[in-house]
Design a protein around this ligand. Structure first.
Ligand code: SF4
Length: 486
């Protein structure tokens, strides 16, 4: 095998940092920085630097039928037999944006032949969110953060620091003080006037399958009222691209609603494209139990992950870095891979033709993608009309002797990747109250059981515990727990 170099983007989040993946003659992967990438100028965060592990050969998906390895033709043929018999009213397709626009478009074709639609894990109420550009961060006079950029979207930190150098004031909304913010305000939506925003301001929030929709609406209302721009960050490399092929008139469900429908038996067949509901849902165990209720689970994926273990059929595609195709990052910028792999589009074409639809090629999908991008540009200025809601970021719901354990979503968490963040964050009062020792452990208990964790002290409000890693004691993005020294 000769050495190959692929120009690609990092799959860790919607920023879409450019990089090269080098595959040597022995198949070993390494990273080369892409200084010419306008998105990140060659820089990568910890997740990006660890991509050789993410893409390691043992993490590649393998074609399977009923848990046994199979050739791709058998896997596709068996999936066709299942889909031919599937009832459209109880069949769902899910793709959150971990693959190319072209595969996403091909998946939409399959959904149409099945008389259904592709769900993206985000409610239709939030599909039409307006976007600023990442470069506008540096020019804003006042920036309001509804995210923790260090943990969630590290590559915008340098833009925020440049904004500060240019004289911007930065406010963090929430309960966790941020180093780069001039102030942190724990505000309810009714108090947002205190943010003092105007047309030269920029709001940075995020949108993902576990987002609080009411909060997102409140942020939109805030922007509409003040004229401030909004940048909604996205959690997946092509989250933004999923909107290209989605018909806005169709009802889109949030991921939790989709899983609930599976739980209730309303969805009997699920087809997922490079999306793992087990990794995505806050409670892994609950997601596994729900997926076990399906009659059939078909996974089309480049990665092996918990959902491929449960699947009846796995149709394996090539790793994302080697695919031919395009992506839209969080600011709607079109980014392109240099790879030539078309296994994903080809498999979807065979599936579509097998169930009575038309076969298609990668080039046809690429043409439709570019056409949809042009159409989307014309509609971009339309901001969603939203009614204000009374919900929003709030202080932890502290009950006597209890604590609120909250997820701090980050790229490692979305993909269940190993990280050094093997600790929870709590404040000094909690450490004193529980008599915790430096370098020691805290024991956390919930209805799910108990867990010993290392801890770090952070300036958080009383009663709040943050985790950047999924923990088995958590039952949702927020879980009430008790804690003691151990
Ligand atoms: S995880 Fe996001 S910020 Fe980090 S390198 Fe990847 S795309 Fe860039």
């Amino acid at each position: 095998m000769k050495e190959m170099i692929y120009q690609t983007i990092c799959p860790g989040c919607g920023i879409g940092c450019g990089l090269y993946i080098r595959k040597n003659a022995e198949g070993k992967l390494s990273i080369d920085h892409m200084k010419s990438s306008p998105v990140n100028l060659g820089k990568l965060c910890r997740f990006g630097m660890k991509l050789p592990y993410y893409y390691a050969k043992e993490n590649n998906a393998v074609n399977q039928v009923n848990a046994s390895n199979a050739d791709v033709e058998t896997a596709i043929k068996t999936a066709v037999e299942i889909l031919k018999d599937a009832d459209s009213s109880s069949t769902a397709l899910l793709s959150v944006g971990n693959t190319t626009n072209e595969e996403q478009m091909a998946f939409t074709k399959l959904a149409a032949t099945l008389s259904t639609v592709v769900q993206t894990g985000v409610s239709s109420e939030c599909l039409n969110m307006p976007e600023a550009s990442l470069a506008e961060i540096e020019k804003a006079k006042r920036i309001v953060l509804f995210i923790d950029p260090y943990a969630q979207y590290p590559l915008i930190v340098r833009r925020l620091l440049t904004a500060k150098k240019n004289g911007a004031s930065i406010v963090a909304v929430g309960t966790q003080p941020l180093n780069l913010a001039d102030e942190t305000l724990d505000l309810k939506p009714g108090q947002y006037d205190e943010l003092k925003l105007d047309r030269e301001s920029l709001i940075i929030a995020d949108m993902h399958p576990n987002s609080d929709i009411k909060l997102a609406k409140n942020i939109l209302v805030l922007a509409q009222k003040t004229g401030a721009k909004i940048q909604f960050m996205r959690s997946f490399m092509n989250s933004f691209g999923t909107g290209l092929s989605v018909n806005q008139e169709n009802k889109m469900f949030g991921l939790a609603e989709l899983v609930e429908d599976i739980e209730l038996g309303n969805i009997r067949t699920l087809v997922v494209l490079d999306s793992d509901p087990i990794e995505l849902m806050p409670d892994n165990e609950a997601a596994i139990e729900a997926l076990k209720k399906l009659d059939k689970l078909i996974v089309i994926s480049s990665r092996s992950s918990p959902v491929t273990e449960l699947a009846n059929i796995v149709i394996a595609t090539e790793p994302v870095y080697s695919k031919a195709g395009t992506f839209l990052n969080a600011e709607g910028k079109l980014l392109k891979n240099s790879g030539t792999g078309k296994a994903g589009v080809d498999a979807l074409s065979l599936l579509n033709a097998g169930i009575g639809g038309k076969a298609f090629t990668y080039d046809e999908m690429n043409y439709l993608v570019l056409k949809a991008i042009e159409a989307q540009k014309e509609n971009r200025s339309v901001a969603a009309e939203c009614a204000a809601s009374d919900n929003g970021i709030s202080s932890p719901k502290v009950l006597k002797g209890k604590y609120e354990l909250k997820y701090l979503y980050n790229p490692f968490m979305w993909f269940d990747q190993k990280d050094d963040n093997d600790f929870v964050l709590l404040n000094r009062n909690t450490v004193r109250k529980l008599g915790l020792r430096k370098g020691g452990y805290v024991n956390m208990k919930s209805d799910r059981g108990e867990l010993k964790m290392r801890f770090r002290v952070e300036a958080l409000p009383d009663g709040l515990v943050l985790t950047a890693k999924k923990l088995p004691v958590a039952t949702g993005t927020s879980t009430i727990i008790s804690m003691e020294r151990c």
